[in-house]
Design a protein around this ligand. Structure first.
Ligand code: LIP
Length: 261
């Protein structure tokens, strides 16, 4: 059943508290790199024991607090539902596995298929990103807005990468932005990449293919901060993912065509 406004408020405050608890659990693994169990799910697709433990802990929290809600997660999957939580337990796992602090716990909530709540917690960076549709976005409690950049030749853009699409397509996308005069980077966390658009650290985040658990929180945070978002939650988003763009409004026409959007 789709929660009403008070139900959404309860979930919003609970999600922040859960993210903080999950951040403590994740940090207990991150700070003990020597004994961190690390494996590969595929080419450049990293997995640590923290990923599984954090997702399992989150599922237990939801079962105890919102037992009629549904959970979808990167490591344990799940179906969609009217009251749907989507978690990436460790987004930026490649960074996490190497002791790089650029990773986060990303928790999104969809009410009747609409991204409504977004929580991204990067404990090693001391950053809590929050948003609820109609209530704005914050970083560590302070309201945030996307940049006001209008000139692509002054833009900073992040382009995500994975082996899920041909390297030639990635290089063509990145080369196109460089040729427009933009500066292009990659941080290996799509969730943080979307959050950085929300407070103007970058002017756009683009990725040819990404999964629902990477973006479910960040699309709410970036949209509530005034960014333009591509329509990710369409088609077979749950089973196959989609491209993603979050961009400051004035640059949308420069950024989106490169992904066919
Ligand atoms: C990562 C995404 C990133 C993508 C990486 C990877 P993970 O998620 O956040 O956008 O480029 O290939 O999928 O695997 O660290 O949770």
């Amino acid at each position: 059943m789709t929660p009403d406004q008070s139900g959404l408020s309860a979930r919003f405050f609970a999600a922040e508290a859960m993210a903080r608890q999950l951040g403590v659990l994740a940090m207990s693994y991150f700070t003990d790199q020597k004994s961190l169990g690390i494996s590969m799910k595929g080419s450049q697709d990293w997995l640590t024991e923290a990923d599984g433990r954090v997702e399992t802990a989150f599922r237990a929290m939801i079962a105890a607090t919102f037992p009629n809600d549904t959970v979808m997660g990167e490591e344990q999957g799940g179906a969609t539902g009217e009251a749907l939580w989507i978690i990436d337990p460790i987004d930026g796992t490649a960074n996490f596995a190497r002791g790089d602090r650029s990773w986060c716990v990303s928790i999104g909530f969809l009410a009747n298929g609409v991204p409504t709540l977004g929580v991204i917690y990067a404990p090693a960076l001391g950053e809590m990103w929050l948003a609820r549709v109609g209530h704005g976005a914050t970083l560590n409690g302070a309201p945030i807005r996307c940049s006001s950049t209008t000139d692509i030749a002054r833009a900073s853009i992040e382009v995500g990468w994975s082996p899920r699409r041909p390297i030639e397509d990635y290089l063509a996308l990145v080369g196109g932005y460089f040729r427009k005069g933009a500066s292009v980077k990659r941080s290996a966390s799509g969730a943080l990449g979307l959050a950085h658009v929300a407070n103007g650290r970058t002017d756009a985040y683009a990725e040819l293919h990404i999964n629902a658990w990477d973006v479910a929180a960040g699309v709410v945070i970036a949209a509530e901060a005034g960014a333009i978002l591509s329509p990710f939650f369409t088609g077979d988003w749950a089973g196959g993912g989609n491209p993603i763009v979050a961009v400051t409004p004035a640059l949308a026409s420069e950024i989106m065509p490169g992904l066919g959007l």
